[in-house]
Design a protein around this ligand. Structure first.
Ligand code: SF4
Length: 292
């Protein structure tokens, strides 16, 4: 069993910073989130790290399934220079997702995971350069060991931004209550009554998560990736209604790539004017609606 080892001198870090300051490592965001890491672009090399972790009986942490690490981003955490961790596995199956390498179980072999303790050691070293840490995915709330991991990150001193699909409101509530997150970015996939069509699963606790986010007292944003041939203006109106009164709602155009549903998916991008029409519609329900 192998996992990936983090490496990278400060010079390499600076090069990575320069390289990605204008974009994500793997291109444009997948659905509402940043896209997954490709090892060719990250300071990471294969290692038998997981095996070492299991051999160490004093290891303080259980494993978290980490599928990627972006060493620095200027774009993903408002006002902060941050790193991004991509957790592996997701409890949704959005047909337009192209983070499929982090979603589909058959592609999630332990060989493709990063060693948690090496990630932590890396982030400890990088704290002098970074203010924040974005926990993205996949779906971070599907990670059993997320609270323990976040406690470690808070001890190091990171401000934490959570990217979530909001399906697990009970876990979200726990993280908010324990003051383990500082910013929440939550996806709204489609009208709640028809969530299966947009996310592959029923809305479950998504409505509860919306309420939690809005009452959390934390900075937050909601965001929806809009896909032509999937979302309609009426859908956008319903999504905005579901987060009525929210401080900030981002609409993001679908980025055509290889989606989860493969060639069968016939989603397209909206034209800029179409997107603006939908933004104006949504803006009637929330305090601020922007296109990103
Ligand atoms: S929530 Fe949807 S878009 Fe996001 S990682 Fe999961 S399947 Fe992909």
């Amino acid at each position: 069993m192998t996992t990936k080892r983090i490496s990278g001198s400060p010079a390499r870090f600076i090069r990575a910073w320069s390289a990605i300051s204008g974009r994500s490592i793997n291109g444009t965001p997948a659905s509402s989130r940043s896209s997954a890491i490709e090892p060719t672009s990250s300071p990471i090399a294969p290692a038998k790290a997981k095996q070492r972790l299991h051999e160490d009986k004093n290891a303080p942490l259980k494993d978290m399934r980490i599928g990627g690490l972006q060493p620095v981003t200027l774009l993903d955490y408002p006002q902060k220079l941050a790193a991004i961790i991509f957790t592996a596995g997701c409890n949704m199956r959005c047909p337009f997702c192209y983070n499929y390498k982090l979603v589909l179980p058959e592609l999630l072999s332990d060989d493709n995971l990063y060693d948690e303790r090496e990630v932590i050691a890396f982030l400890k070293k990088r704290k002098k350069y970074l203010d924040g840490l974005v926990i993205s995915g996949g779906e971070p709330l599907a990670q059993e060991d997320l609270p323990d991991f976040l406690k470690q990150m808070k001890q190091i001193g990171y401000a934490i931004k959570l990217d979530t699909n909001g399906l697990a409101a009970d876990i979200l509530q726990h993280l908010i209550g324990e003051q383990l997150i500082d910013y929440i970015a939550m996806d709204i996939k489609g009208p709640l009554a028809d969530y299966q069509k947009f996310s592959g699963v029923p809305a479950g606790q998504v409505a509860d998560s919306i309420k939690l986010v809005m009452k959390s007292g934390l900075p937050y944003e909601f965001r929806s990736t809009l896909v032509k041939n999937l979302h309609t203006s009426e859908d956008v109106g319903k999504m905005a209604q579901a987060i009525k009164g929210a401080k900030l709602y981002y609409l993001q155009n679908y980025s055509q790539n290889v989606p989860l549903a493969g060639d069968k998916f016939c989603g397209r991008q909206f034209a800029a004017e179409e997107l603006e029409t939908m933004r104006a519609l949504a803006a009637g329900s929330v305090k601020k609606c922007l296109i990103r």
